[in-house]
Design a protein around this ligand. Structure first.
Ligand SMILES: Nc1ncnc2c1ncn2[C@@H]1O[C@H](COP(=O)(O)OP(=O)(O)OP(=O)(O)O)[C@@H](O)[C@H]1O
Length: 450
């Protein structure tokens, strides 16, 4: 049943609204103070909260912010006193669904509450569709068994409800966009747009009009005015991936948006205003980019107030198998395959591989394995040959065991080089291998050859 929490300290009004909404078939709870309301939300968050602005212990506008912080999917409708539109405006900024004027708007209450529920049901449908498509949006969807990534989630949950800029650092495929979406989802802006732009994927000449939009006639072919992504993200979150790739002139314009909420469309002369929360991501070292003059220091300080580093998969191996199992379940469903068993050796190979492309690479390899498989058992044969070759080869940096062949080869080469006093041509002749092969092995085994 659809549930509503009514928060009003005036018992008469609270009871009246309760009767009105119960008659409409809603399950209604009552609270008379902000504190009581928060207790109810902690216990079992209502889907909609109808809340008076003037409460004895807190303003409804502030309570709205706290409710959205705790339960971003709850919709809050504020009841403001006549003539106090300012409260209503601030409430909307704090994430309220809408506001009503007490007394005047009585006939608007029921239709508005129905609209709030419609929005909730649409958001749920969207989340279900996104889940079917494999889009991860919330912190609960992030597979995190390693302490390292759990720590990242804890930090991200803390910063999510604030409006602070977040910089996500990490190699490609480590889940930066997944984190950006989850932060947006857990923020007060969750009901508004999340707009993502990969600065590396768009030609530099097009980036300005893409981000800031353009006026009609701004350049050849610009027959109509076009909204930029920044405008699409107004009141919501803008996620700029690979921010290190943004050209310097654009960085200056972005800084202006962050400092003053202002920008100018390409070819326009009017200033436009916007309110976005910025999340950025990079796999570059931005400090180094600053020292090379490729990134503005002032922008760096503005975007990096709160940084989160997502470690590569090879440094959090506890996550490999749970992620693999998650992707196996997902692709089995999507590709209509009935995988009944996963071989130990298959999982062991995944566990040992270096995963330069991180989670994205793991996801792709699982998809490929499920396509290739034709006996409902995922085995090593279903893995790409280069993956099995890599794990069967001793990694040059890994310590060699005293008994394996590679170890014997390393020791033998070292002995011959000692004998030739470092003369590599002579050593290659004695070893009966090409000089280039000797150089490769010296590097592979990190042999001291001088
Ligand atoms: N913890 C996770 N649990 C489940 N799936 C994940 C997780 N992290 C990442 N993924 C999946 O891995 C893929 C890569 O993630 P994402 O695009 O967020 O990485 P990225 O760091 O933003 O990569 P890039 O820097 O190349 O843009 C996506 O398909 C995403 O759904």
């Amino acid at each position: 049943m659809r549930n509503i929490l009514i928060v009003d300290d005036e018992r008469k009004i609270n009871d009246l609204l309760t009767r009105l909404l119960s008659r409409e078939g809603f399950d209604v709870q009552q609270a008379f103070t902000g504190q009581q309301a928060m207790k109810e939300i902690d216990k079992d968050p209502a889907e909609v909260v109808l809340c008076d602005v003037r409460l004895p212990d807190i303003s409804g506008v502030e309570l709205c912010r706290k409710i959205k912080e705790k339960s971003p999917l709850t919709e809050v409708v504020l009841l403001t006193a006549y003539g106090n539109i300012q409260d209503g405006i601030q409430a909307m900024k704090n994430g309220a669904f809408d506001y009503l004027l007490k007394g005047d708007d009585n006939d608007k209450i029921i239709p508005l509450i129905h609209r709030a529920f419609e929005k909730i049901s649409l958001s749920r449908k969207l989340s279900r569709l996104e889940a079917q498509m494999g889009v991860q949006n919330s912190f609960d969807d992030i597979i995190a068994h390693s302490p390292a990534i759990q720590q990242c989630i804890a930090y991200a949950r803390k910063v999510a409800p604030t409006d602070t800029a977040v910089l996500l650092n990490g190699e490609t495929g480590t889940g930066k966009e997944v984190f950006a979406r989850a932060i947006h989802q857990a923020s007060m802006r969750s009901g508004k747009s999340f707009i993502a732009l990969n600065c590396a994927a768009i030609p530099k000449e097009l980036m300005e009009s893409e981000l800031f939009g353009h006026a009609s006639g701004a350049f050849t072919g610009a027959t109509k005015a076009k909204k930029g992504l920044i405008e699409e993200a107004d009141q919501g979150t803008l996620f700029l991936d690979e921010i290190g790739e943004m050209p310097l002139e654009m960085q200056a314009k972005l800084l202006r948006v962050l400092e003053y909420g202002e920008y100018v469309r390409l070819g326009d002369h009017r200033m436009s205003r916007v309110n976005v929360r910025l999340i950025t991501a990079t796999n570059r070292n931005l400090q180094e980019e600053i020292s090379k003059g490729r990134f503005r220091e002032d922008l760096y300080y503005r975007i990096s107030t709160f940084q989160i580093y997502l470690p590569p998969l090879r440094e959090r191996r506890e996550d490999i198998i749970p992620l693999a199992e998650h992707f196996i379940a997902y692709f089995s469903g999507k590709l209509n395959k009935n995988i009944k068993q996963i071989d130990e050796a298959f999982l062991r190979s995944l566990q040992q591989y270096t995963w330069k492309g991180n989670i994205r690479e793991l996801k792709n390899i699982i998809e490929r394995s499920i396509i290739i498989d034709d006996d409902q058992v995922l085995s090593q044969d279903d893995l790409p040959p280069d993956l099995t070759v890599q794990i069967n080869q001793p990694a040059s940096s890994s310590p060699l065991s005293a008994f394996d062949l590679a170890s014997a080869e390393k020791i033998h080469i070292q002995k011959v080089l000692n004998y030739t006093k470092g003369n590599k041509t002579e050593a290659a002749r004695l070893l009966n291998i090409a000089l280039t092969t000797l150089y490769r092995k010296i590097e592979q085994y990190r042999i001291d050859a001088d």
